[in-house]
Design a protein around this ligand. Structure first.
Ligand code: MIC
Ligand code: SF4
Length: 658
């Protein structure tokens, strides 16, 4: 049978199970990445499992998220990550070196390899023809220690690209188009694989924008073939040895094919507050902007920023619009600095932020109340900017710069007519500036064993979950709607600095639902926990969308949440719930969601027996006096993990008993 590229790579890495869509499989992981906001926990758990040295080909620990350094927390984390990487034999990319996904693409990503990252945008690496998957930190810690990664063998959606992008239309518009077709829901268990003649018209950085934001579809990953453009990029990064042509077989067996004619696309925007709310920029034309930011792992490559700099050359941004750029990496920033581009940006009024996630994760640059902010990022979940009622639109760098000049949302295609500007089409360099002096190489084990790991007082080893009870007595502490993101569950922004201190961070679980002068979700949970009752969260469709942050399971677990009952749960979050012994239950009949009310008492008889073997449980709502059925959609390994009280305990037991 003609094979997809996804299955070719899976086949080479399969260690358990059969390659049949929907079946649980285990794969060998060649590379891992962690970032500081998830990496501190990942490394703490790595140590807690008794693991000493990483066993992968390449494991890189990046510092890119928490760089605001208000108080000692962030720097404590940086020092811990740097020294624990030395001890464990991992690479360490220091603060200021850039966003993990951009740097990984530049310096480490490799066609045909598998990459597991504790960040949901790890699939960026798919731009190089690698199978790059996001997961919770604990899964990544296990992979660092040489363990397999377990996933559901995916269906493959083939996206056939034809034609080529028109002037001022960007690769961002390709993924926004796909989001308008597939939306952010219902794509769990699929991989998106690009093929067709249009592929060769896209450079690696353009492909990376597409694979990066594929995360918003909720798919396992996205992948492009590795072709001449891939080799050109790798050679320009002085990595000719990593080149390897790879593609699907002709007439590969895709589960579904979607065709996108690149020539027909026009500039698009994701409107507040979901990446699936797509409109054409032309429809939004004229809306006043107050803030524009170009950056994030989606759109901060050298060519993105050169485009912006060239358009701004000799021009100035609108007087009522703030404009900032956050370069994706130190390589990008240095290369801008070595040409006139950086000077042009500064002259045009751009504020130059450091190379890192910055405003994308609410680390500053929050917009004023009620204003429109335009961002080249991948997520615009409500409040993610740091402003509760924000109004964030996601656009391409072309649309961003056109709007920053005009002070209103502007279709970049009108720039030629309005200001006589032609698209600058900056060329991909034939040689990128390679300076790895901010990436520390692993040292040999003997030398590393002498290294001291620095653990500041704000770094607290996370607790392990308590075993699940035989029967669960629970109470609905929160009933929420559809598309609850991990940002709703565990806010970032000013709280991001508490990632390595679970008791502190847990105080803001579901903060967006807390009301002034009333006990918080955390306080109510802890009261219940003291009475031996499990807290239960009830939710609608697509619960746990968005990031890979395992704190969205780890902190609720700490507070005593024992089960989530939802209409559907997203892949990474579901795995995180299981890893921290929170039972993920899905309504068999979605209408039962409407019958449950907050504060209802729930009871599940023989919970452990059901986890052992059943695919259904009966839940009694003793307050309202009815029973309903829930699905327990779990692999054998998932069941073992829940019964062992989480992945940490499970891995420890396995290490002891084999
Ligand atoms: C995000 O974009 O939401 C993050 C911050 O990068 C997260 C990881 C995290 O919460 O640390 C992600 O995408 O997984
Ligand atoms: Fe960082 Fe934003 Fe990318 Fe997440 S989406 S890795 S916060 S730049």
């Amino acid at each position: 049978m003609a094979k997809t590229l996804t299955y070719k790579i899976l086949e080479k890495h399969l260690v358990e199970g059969k390659l049949i869509a929907g079946e649980p499989i285990g794969i060998r992981i060649d590379q891992t990445l962690t970032q500081d906001a998830t990496g501190t926990t990942a490394f703490l758990l790595f140590e807690s499992m008794g693991m000493r040295r990483v066993q992968t080909q390449v494991s890189v620990s990046y510092v890119d998220h928490n760089m605001s350094q208000f108080g000692p927390e962030n720097h404590n984390d940086h020092l811990y990550l740097q020294t624990v990487a030395t001890k464990a034999g991992a690479w360490h990319s220091r603060a200021g070196n850039g966003i993990c996904h951009q740097v990984h693409l530049e310096r480490f990503g490799k066609p045909g390899a598998t990459l597991l990252g504790s960040d949901s945008h790890t699939p960026t690496g798919g731009a190089l023809g690698m199978l790059a998957i996001g997961a919770g930190g604990l899964d990544v810690a296990v992979a660092m220690g040489g363990g397999a990664f377990y996933l559901t063998c995916p269906k493959v959606i083939g996206v056939k690209l034809t034609g080529s992008l028109a002037e001022w239309v960007a690769s961002k518009d390709v993924i926004l188009k796909l989001l308008s077709i597939l939306t952010t829901k219902g794509n769990v268990g699929c991989v998106v694989e690009y093929f067709g003649d249009g592929v060769k018209t896209l450079s690696v950085p353009q492909r990376a924008t597409i694979t990066n934001m594929g995360a918003e579809l909720g798919v396992t990953t996205s992948i492009f073939p590795s072709d001449e453009n891939t080799s050109r990029f790798l050679k320009a990064q002085q990595r000719a040895e990593d080149c390897q042509p790879l593609s699907a077989d002709e007439f590969a067996d895709y589960d579904r094919i979607i065709e996108i004619d690149l020539s027909e696309l026009e500039p698009l925007a994701a409107c507040p507050s979901s990446p699936e709310n797509i409109k054409t920029v032309a429809e939004l034309q004229g809306k006043k902007t107050s803030q524009v930011v170009v950056g994030s792992c989606t759109n901060s490559s050298y060519t993105d920023l050169m485009t912006v700099a060239e358009v701004l050359k000799g021009r100035h941004i609108d007087p009522m619009t703030e404009f900032a750029i956050a370069p994706g990496s130190r390589q990008v920033l240095t290369m801008l600095a070595k040409t006139d581009a950086l000077a042009n940006l500064i002259a045009a009024g751009a504020r130059i932020l450091e190379s890192g996630c910055g405003p994308c994760i609410g680390q500053g640059f929050s917009p004023a109340d009620g204003v429109v902010t335009l961002r080249t990022f991948n997520r615009n979940f409500a409040g993610r900017t740091g402003t509760p009622d924000d109004n964030a639109y996601l656009v391409s760098p072309e649309t961003a710069v056109a709007s920053a000049i005009m002070g209103e949302i502007t279709d970049p295609r009108s720039l030629r007519e309005l200001l006589g500007i032609k698209h600058p089409h900056p060329k991909l360099p034939t040689t990128f500036l390679v300076d790895d002096s901010m990436i520390e190489e692993p040292i040999d084990a003997a030398e590393a064993s002498k290294a001291q790991v620095l653990r500041g007082p704000t770094i607290v080893v996370p607790e392990s979950p308590n075993p699940l009870p035989t029967s669960l007595a629970g109470k609905v502490l929160l009933k929420c709607g559809d598309k609850i993101t991990t940002d709703h569950i565990m806010p970032a922004g000013p709280f991001l600095k508490y990632r390595s201190n679970v008791p502190e961070y847990a105080k803001v679980v579901f903060n967006c639902f807390n009301k002034p002068d009333q006990p918080t979700f955390a306080q109510r949970c802890l009261e219940l926990k003291a009475d031996g009752i499990g807290a239960v969260v009830v939710a609608g469709l697509s619960y746990g969308q968005g990031s890979s942050r395992e704190h969205a399971a780890l902190c609720p677990m700490y507070l005593g949440v024992r089960a989530v009952i939802a209409r559907s749960i997203e892949r990474i979050h579901k795995a995180n719930l299981i890893n921290f012994a929170i039972v993920p239950l899905e309504f068999v009949d979605g209408r039962d969601y409407d019958r449950i009310q907050p504060e209802d008492q729930l009871h599940i008889d023989n919970l452990l027996d059901s986890i052992r073997g059943g695919d259904r449980v009966t839940v009694s709502d003793t307050t309202a006096g009815f029973e309903f059925a829930c699905r327990l959609d779990l692999s054998t390994r998932d069941r073992e993990i829940l019964l062992a009280a989480g992945l940490l305990n499970y891995t420890r037991k396995k290490a002891l008993h084999g």
